[in-house]
Design a protein around this ligand. Structure first.
Ligand code: SF4
Ligand code: SF4
Ligand code: SF4
Length: 354
């Protein structure tokens, strides 16, 4: 019989090997969650166990839930691509590129499809903070991209244990979507009093080319190297290989993505999913003109929500231009190949040291 694995194995095989996506899935599914046994240390950007504690011998939930230990299988889905813009001016102004995510969520909340939405807000100085938004004001607080890790899956525990919600939308990066899928597949068998896996009704994945260390990108690069006051920043945007930093209408910095390549998290370098293949709906800013969102509908439920938001006048949409779809497919292919190449490189390095 195979020996049961635990957090020590997760640490050795995933975290210390630079594979951790910092999705927070292990924290949310820790058997001793109620005791705060496992948490994310954001200064180190890794999951950590409380000092001096021992895991129960029969556990291992965190290990088996981690999508970096074993990926879940992709169920059949489809791909309908649209160019979308929110019809709500306040949302358009607060959001990034069309405000599609915020408007889809506003519709889902108002139509009682979900009771709350797990999103990432700004805690101050662009530090990401997972929150459960239950109204438009909460959604607007989380509008706009942050490019540093948030461990969004920890929000599932908050939504259920703190707020007692039964139907929730999860917005996150592709790794968050994979991690939730793993929770759905593995969680039903192995876990647990809270049965998190039945509470997420809607999954919205955000296009992602990488997440960056907060200390290195925000503090080291923007604040120290470029003298930018982080509290002045109103928008960060990575598009077409360029990082743009804004304070209102003023562009504070525009820099090639290569300049910040060293600050990308190691766990992101092995990532192969650009759009969030495990989502109901994927959203991003590549492939559509400025001020519009690219939206990919992937599941029947995603289509239901998308059509509902369209019919009820929350969004306007038209099929994406071919050039936009081609760009998205190129980026998908490029990220997959880069992730596979990095894995191969690491494998060869390991073999050299054997
Ligand atoms: S990838 Fe997610 S589940 Fe795996 S160790 Fe990192 S935070 Fe935990
Ligand atoms: S108690 Fe279980 S789930 Fe929590 S860290 Fe230990 S092995 Fe992982
Ligand atoms: S690059 Fe991959 S692992 Fe990193 S944040 Fe994006 S989806 Fe997650």
């Amino acid at each position: 019989m195979e020996e049961k694995r635990d957090f020590g194995d997760l640490k050795r095989e995933v975290i210390e090997k630079g594979k951790c996506a910092l999705c927070g899935g292990c924290v949310a599914t820790c058997r001793l969650l109620d005791y705060g046994y496992l948490s994310v240390d954001f200064s180190e950007e890794r999951p950590v166990i409380r000092e001096g504690q021992q895991c129960p011998p029969d556990c291992g939930y965190c290990y088996y839930q981690c999508a970096r230990v074993e990926k879940p299988e992709l169920r059949e889905g489809f791909e309908e691509m649209y160019e979308v813009v929110s019809t709500d001016e306040e949302i358009r102004k607060a959001g990034q590129d069309g405000g599609a995510v915020t408007s889809l969520l506003a519709y889902a909340l108002n139509d009682a499809i979900v009771e709350g939405c797990i999103t990432v807000a700004d805690k101050g100085e662009w530090k990401p903070e997972v929150q459960v938004a239950m109204d438009k004001a909460g959604l607007i607080r989380s509008a706009g991209s942050k490019y540093t890790p948030a461990a969004a899956l920890t929000g599932i525990a908050d939504a259920i244990l703190k707020y007692d919600l039964w139907s929730v939308a999860l917005v996150g990066t592709p790794c968050d979507m994979v991690s939730y899928e793993k929770m759905l597949v593995v969680g039903r068998d192995t876990h647990n009093a809270h049965n998190f896996s039945s509470h997420i009704k809607l999954r919205i994945g955000l296009f992602c080319l990488g997440s960056y260390s907060y200390e290195k990108l925000m503090k080291g690069y923007l604040e120290h190297e470029h003298g930018i006051d982080i509290s002045e920043i109103t928008k960060l945007q990575i598009s077409e290989d360029v990082l743009h930093v804004y304070a209102g209408e003023k562009e504070l910095l525009s820099a090639g993505i290569n300049e910040i390549g060293d600050y990308k998290r190691d766990g992101c370098k092995v990532c192969e999913d650009f759009t969030g293949l495990f989502s109901d709906i994927s959203v991003g800013n590549n492939g559509t003109p400025k001020g519009k969102s690219s939206v990919i509908v992937r599941t029947d439920f995603g289509r239901e929500v998308f059509n509902g938001a369209l019919e009820r006048g929350y969004i306007e949409a038209k099929p994406i231009e071919k050039s936009g779809a081609d760009l998205i497919h190129r980026l998908m292919k490029g990220k997959k190949e880069a992730g596979m190449a990095e894995k191969e490189k690491r494998k060869k390095l390991m073999e050299q040291f054997k």
